[in-house]
Design a protein around this ligand. Structure first.
Ligand code: GLP
Length: 242
């Protein structure tokens, strides 16, 4: 079931997302956080850092599981999701590295990395999963066509996603990895609660497909229509086609 919140601007979106996150942090003992990369959740992470600094909330016993990671970049490369999460969140909290889980995209057997990640993830229930959405309706790196029963796997990125993400690689599409290890759609659906954040007019079609379209693998985010507790927080541009 979807709850939708439309906000005036990015700051409001980030604050609303934080309110939902705070609800979980305040009520669950050692919640398990499912986290996402991309530019959209950065404002949420800033609010979490501010809250940690101002209230002293501790993340020492909180486990985190990230959605995905590029294949083929060394872990400390400036564009890995490992680096992104440290620069935008983990470095400012008191969570020990051993409680942080980000899929591994290194080594010569990414399929094995995916299997091991799924095994670890399956031992836990994510309390709240943060999601962004791709302009083609992907969540994590589950591109259109990904089966709804997929678990963590190696995914091929679409041309659209490679072009969208080239902005992080000096605008050069040839530098964007073509594969990623990603939680699958079924892995994501196991989370107790989901918040999906979307901003900008380039997300409007994907947001429409997710909320109002037919449930179809052509719009991977439409699987969320079957989840019991999803809050979609968006700005007016992302909501403009609803
Ligand atoms: C990447 C990530 C997704 C993210 C998407 C949108 O493809 N794998 O998890 O939702 O980008 O990113 P942005 O928030 O920068 O638009």
């Amino acid at each position: 079931m979807f709850k939708t919140i439309v906000c005036k601007n990015y700051d409001e979106v980030s604050l609303e997302a934080f309110k939902v996150m705070k609800g979980v942090l305040d009520t669950e003992v050692n919640p398990i956080l499912g986290l996402a990369t991309g530019s959209t959740p950065v404002g949420l992470y800033k609010n979490m850092i501010k809250d940690h600094e101002e209230t002293g909330r501790s993340y020492k016993d909180i486990l985190t599981f990230n959605l995905d990671e590029y294949v083929g970049l060394p872990r400390d490369h400036e564009q890995t999701y490992w680096t992104f999460m440290h620069e935008n969140l983990f470095n400012y909290l008191d969570c020990p590295d051993c409680n942080i889980h980000v899929p591994s995209g290194v080594g010569d057997d990414p399929e094995k990395n995916a299997r091991e990640y799924e095994e670890e993830l399956a031992k836990h229930t994510v309390s709240i999963q943060v999601l962004g959405i791709g302009s083609d309706g992907h969540i994590a790196f589950n591109e259109p066509g990904t089966p709804f029963d997929s678990v963590t796997h190696v995914a091929e990125l679409t041309e659209q996603t490679i072009s969208d993400n080239a902005r992080f690689f000096e605008g050069d599409k040839s530098q964007v990895p073509t594969k990623a290890v990603t939680m699958g759609l079924a892995s994501i659906m196991r989370a107790k609660k989901i918040i999906l954040i979307a901003t900008g007019a380039n997300k409007a079609d994907a947001v429409y497909g997710m909320l109002k379209g037919k449930k179809t693998i052509d719009c991977p985010a439409s699987i969320l229509q079957d989840h019991a507790d999803v809050t979609v927080i968006m700005d007016e541009a992302a909501a403009s086609k609803l």
